[in-house]
Design a protein around this ligand. Sequence first.
Ligand code: COA
Length: 597
Amino acid sequence: MRILLITSSYNGLCQRTHIELVSRGHEVSITLAISAEVMEHSVELFQPDLIICPFLKERVPETIWQKHLCIIIHPGIKGDRGPSSLDWAITDKLTEWGVTALEAADEMDAGDIWATATFKMRKVAKASLYRHEVTGTAIKVILEMLEKFISKSFSPEKLDYSKPDVTGTLRPLMKQPDRKINWETDTVDIIMRKINAADSFPGVLDTIGGEEFYLFGVHKEDNLRGWKPGEIIAKRHGAICRAAVDGAIWISHLKRKKIEGQSFLTRITSRNKPDYKLPATLILGVASLKDVPESPIDLLYMDKAETFKEIWYEEKNQVGYLHFNFHNGAMSTEQCQRLRLAYSEAKKRATKVIVLMGGTDFWSNGVHLNMIEVAKNAADESWRNINAIDDVVLEIINTPNQLVISAVYGSAGAGGVMMTLAADKVFARAGVMMNPHYKTMGLYGSEYWTYLLPRRVGIGRAIELTDIPVPIGMQKAKAIGLIDDTLPEEWDDYLAELSQRAEALANSADFAQQLQAKNELRNKDEALKPLSAYRAAELKRMKMNFYPSFYGGDHSYHEARYNFVHKIRPKETAAYLAKHLQLNTANFQELRKPLNY
Ligand code: COA
């Protein structure tokens, strides 16, 4: 079947929809909803049997949905309508929420219903719910809707609020006054819910030191306390801890409110103040936090108390689990340095297996593009950051006394994917999306990928994976050897199976032989071509990306990073996604074959 995806961005849900549909043999093309004309032109060229909009903030023009079945994936239960579904569901403390597939119609979210499913709410940030529960349920709903469409015998249900199972309602856009924190009265629980409901976008607008900022990344604090609610009482690794009426919370990231339409003087004085998401202490500045005490934390944090922690460690039955949950999976120079030290500490412990857990939303997305963007010299910071992440990868490769597992529950991108491959085994949750390429960021790539990727998938596949910047699903990743096996979707099942596999490895009768074989292979590889040679060759190419004027490269990395960090929308859909655009070319039949994922 020919399916066109119309989407606001090629986000995680759209990536997963794309992969799932292609793996079922459908011919899929994608268009960004840049304008009504672009959408109409895409439909005209592709002549789809079906249109699915997995993530759409814009309206589909009537000219499209009048002629084609056009399914909107709405992150809400039956009857729910409006642009802030998840925000309200979190705010209202609902225990169950859902995803519904409905036809595009005149009234937003009021079209006929094709499929719906529910999920249990977790007390987490909106983006985390979206990346896990919403995405998983949306795929279920899309596949069910597709089956009904193929059967040709299904009649979709009209939205009828008198039916007992239609429990949703039309909710307005949630605005900043709805989200406002009242520090004098709001408890930790309420503050956390408010920040979680606005996570990723738009954030909760708040005033700190007379300036307005959006707050992101909230964490509970069990021990620190302050007298004045809202007061900053501690800082740690970029985050600030603020007192609340009944405890304290950490806020890891801030985004300065854009100065628009204000006086000339205000705009001039705020010119060099970045207005994208950054660690809170960096945004507030050293001077304004000079009296705020640093709150240290163990390198390998093993305590159970809740606090802001990016790296922590657990150990059981000779298996060490190293968690590194960096916000958005982005790893700055300093975070990489800390992770390398933590990993080398973990290596010194009497374990047989080390499991690299990453974070639950993202395992890793490579170097920290926002921190590079904000640096005085972006090229120099890129260089420091790439070397720091390379050092982490090197530390993992050189683990002679333990077997190492990468356990990928959150998705991974670019250098983050290559880093997973430094382990001896790679297990991933079945629904993970990996983006094992650097092309969209205009980079050649490092993280020893020229050693790690071909040794798993062969040279041909390595070139294919890095050349066409599309994600890979775990079914295909396993088939081509990028990962060793998949793990269950549900967190508890995932953890149970992961620890069972890790402990089985630690207790395997041939553990010593496995370790010896790994070390022998490493020595053989090193004799053939030392890791330093791989790194030097990669970094030589990266210098061209970072310092194009000195080393004869182009400026695409600096442009791509700027656009990514400032969230500048692409002007057109990338050619490798928009198959319909290729249909104009001479080799018509050849190009219409589905891409072989
Ligand atoms: N540095 C800084 N921020 C990053 C990041 C990075 N390397 N990778 C992702 N993010 C941020 C995004 O800006 C976004 O922030 P927000 O939600 O707080 O606004 C968030 O993480 C989620 O990323 P998003 O792009 O929305 O997720 P996705 O699932 O649609 O796509 C990727 C995932 C990996 C394809 C995409 O995030 C990406 O291309 N990241 C950059 C990877 C890279 O080039 N790394 C550098 C080379 S090693």
